[in-house]
Design a protein around this ligand. Structure first.
Ligand SMILES: Nc1ncnc2c1ncn2[C@@H]1O[C@H](COP(=O)(O)OP(=O)(O)OP(=O)(O)O)[C@@H](O)[C@H]1O
Ligand SMILES: [Mg+2]
Length: 241
């Protein structure tokens, strides 16, 4: 479904990605693992069209994305949530969510999706008439995920969406993502600080270092790899278990 091949991306003179290749098959959950600055967010931004590769191929359902505008890529069914994104502060929670479902296909299933979102985060239902700008940081984060889900994307890109959320919210969030994935088959490419959780959710994983992919494999194999554990599992994950 998504194919990235030999992609180089620069920020000015800085080469941020070097010959990155990866694929995400329809219905899969794939995670990108890597230290700070490894190029994970850059990869996701390139898929969405915020960055243009200097060379290489980015294809979605067989179509090249590299010349498409950001909004066109979104229309093709790719939706991204990052911790940098913002809610529409002066609109209510419900209005924010409804905006997520404005495109044709999503509109048809919007009531069903709204039920999912409210189940995932009852607080959004409780606050549905409240202005989004008055929600807490964590609640706004949940709203962003909810809004992306409302668009029923074919490919959902998640970049550290658990940032700043309480452990309980993170757990709910991951549980709901799994449920939605199982019921709709939504394809997901995920970057997550909690590598342990990401690997438990994912089918496959790629490891990035200094802008390049250095390993790939089944998530289950990485979960039991001491090397991966030592390098990427935070102290907190160990403490939580
Ligand atoms: N807007 C930018 N301008 C210049 N350099 C950037 C920019 N954004 C990222 N970089 C650089 O590109 C490299 C890759 O950054 P990227 O944000 O993709 O890493 P990351 O894997 O997402 O890291 P993190 O886990 O910290 O989010 C880093 O060296 C970073 O400093
Ligand atoms: Mg990042």
């Amino acid at each position: 479904m998504l194919e990235i091949k030999d992609v180089d991306v620069y920020y000015g003179d800085l080469r941020a990605l070097t010959e990155v290749s990866l694929t995400v098959n329809k219905g899969e959950i794939v995670t990108l693992i890597g230290s700070n600055g490894a190029g994970k967010s850059t990869t996701l931004r390139t898929i969405c069209g915020f960055l243009r590769p200097a060379s290489g191929v980015v294809r979605f359902s067989g179509q090249s994305l590299v010349t498409h505008a950001v909004h066109r890529i979104a229309e093709m069914g790719i939706s991204m949530v990052t911790e940098e994104k913002r809610v529409f502060r002066d609109m209510t929670v419900f209005e924010n969510l409804r905006l997520g479902a404005f495109m044709g296909k999503a509109r048809k299933r919007k009531d069903e999706t709204l039920d999912w979102v409210y189940k995932m985060s009852p607080v959004l239902q409780e606050r549905s008439r409240q202005k989004a700008g008055t929600l807490s940081g964590g609640e706004q984060q949940m709203l962003l995920v909810g809004r992306a889900l409302m668009s029923q994307p074919e490919l959902l890109l998640l970049d550290e969406i658990s940032f700043g959320l309480s452990p309980l919210l993170v757990k709910n969030l991951f549980k709901t993502i799994k449920e939605i994935h199982m019921s709709t088959g939504m394809t997901i490419l995920l970057v997550e600080q909690n590598v342990h959780m990401a690997l438990e959710l994912a089918d496959r994983a790629y490891v990035m270092e200094s802008g390049a992919v250095v390993a790939e494999g089944q998530a289950a194999d990485f979960l039991s790899s001491k090397q991966i554990k030592d390098a990427y599992f935070g102290v907190t994950t160990e403490e939580c278990r």
